[in-house]
Design a protein around this ligand. Structure first.
Ligand code: SF4
Length: 358
């Protein structure tokens, strides 16, 4: 159905200078994004490299404050002061967004190349405009489509997300939380971007509506050739929708692999703890697992491995030396000293990806 919808928009044949961009919708290389405060720099994303193939999905996992949302905002180059991208590259559909000015980002990248369903974004709808007009606006702004024609496109997208076309005539306060979230998802799709980021898309919804929204996202992902990034602290949700999972801790990547690698064979002690903390409905448990301690202060993070104060396997070396990335499977990487012997040390993940195209 979405293929038919995209034909409603003017078609542009993308041209890629780097052949890698034909295969990868997103290439993040050695990204550092910091927030500069009077106490010092908060290293929210600190040297993260991750790539995403077209049509695949990536789940970002980790506790609150681990850098997931900052990483996602960096993809749109939408970091608010006092934060900024300090170094690194973010290639989205063949464009390095870190090099663009605000006006270029608005015209060329946001919503056209990558769109975002924000945390609690159902509150982002403007209360004084009808839903249809708010959805039609990007079509009018980016493609110069007449309002009447844009509204026809809007109605088709409302149907795609399971809403009646009549919703276009309503104001946001006339919709339930779940309906508003569907509207926001339809808005994220309307300019046909190759990449969509869903940041905690089910926050503030009750569990039944949460399941409906996740099923909707799963259906859209399966029906389209779009790439998705799902952000949540709930690994059980990611397991259903993500082909690949990146686990972050204290602004660093600690493990990256396919969904099966992460769920069936987690290697990093932090990932293992996160997975064991998922409550299981059909298993009798005496107590719920949790990760003792608190996430690190990112102004002055712990020396060595940032997880060492909370890690049950911490060794002396972990306190002083930052663990490099070790390869423990074809596309399975882990930053932990436990794999020094059996893993293959990766000197530069970007280079390895360029050579092997994983
Ligand atoms: Fe634990 Fe050491 Fe591995 Fe860090 S490097 S996760 S402290 S074993």
């Amino acid at each position: 159905m979405i293929e038919n919808l995209t034909k409603l928009l003017p078609q542009e044949e993308p041209k890629y200078e780097n052949p890698l961009d034909k295969e990868y919708v997103l290439r993040i290389n050695h990204l550092k994004t910091y927030y500069f405060t009077s106490r010092g720099a908060v290293k929210a994303v600190d040297d993260v490299t991750v790539w995403l193939k077209r049509g695949e999905s990536l789940g970002l996992a980790g506790e609150s404050g681990c850098g997931k949302t900052t990483l996602a905002s960096s993809i749109l180059n939408m970091i608010t002061p006092p934060g900024r991208v300090v170094s690194g590259e973010v290639w989205v559909d063949g464009i390095d967004v870190t090099k663009l000015r605000e006006e270029e980002l608005r015209r060329e990248v946001r919503w056209k190349k990558v769109s975002m369903v924000f945390q609690g974004s159902m509150n982002a709808l403007n209360p004084v405009y009808r839903v249809g007009f708010q959805m039609a606006e990007p079509l009018m702004y980016h493609y110069g489509i007449e309002q009447e024609d844009a509204l026809e496109v809007v109605k088709k997208y409302l149907e795609l997300v399971g809403l009646s076309p009549a919703v276009a005539e309503r104001y946001p306060h006339e919709l339930s939380g779940g309906m508003k979230q569907r509207v926001v998802i339809a808005m994220a799709l309307i300019l046909n971007p190759p990449l969509i980021i869903a940041d905690e898309p089910t926050t503030a919804l009750d569990v039944v509506v949460q399941a409906q929204i996740m099923n909707l996202l799963k259906r859209i992902k399966n029906e389209t050739k779009k790439s998705f990034i799902f952000i949540t602290h709930d690994l059980s949700i990611l397991s259903e929708v993500s082909d690949n999972v990146l686990v972050m801790y204290g602004g660093k990547m600690v493990e990256w692999g396919t969904g099966d690698d992460i769920y069936l064979n987690p290697q990093h002690p932090y990932t293992q703890k996160l997975i064991s903390a998922i409550p299981r409905v059909h298993v009798d448990v005496d107590h719920l697992e949790y990760i003792p301690g608190v996430p690190p202060d990112l102004i002055s993070p712990p020396s060595g491995c940032r997880f060492h104060p909370r890690c049950p396997y911490a060794m002396e070396k972990c306190k002083h030396e930052e663990p490099p990335i070790f390869r423990v499977g074809k596309k399975h990487f882990v930053a932990c000293w436990l794999y020094e012997k059996e893993g293959e040390r990766v000197a530069d993940l970007q280079k390895l990806l360029e050579e092997e195209g994983l």
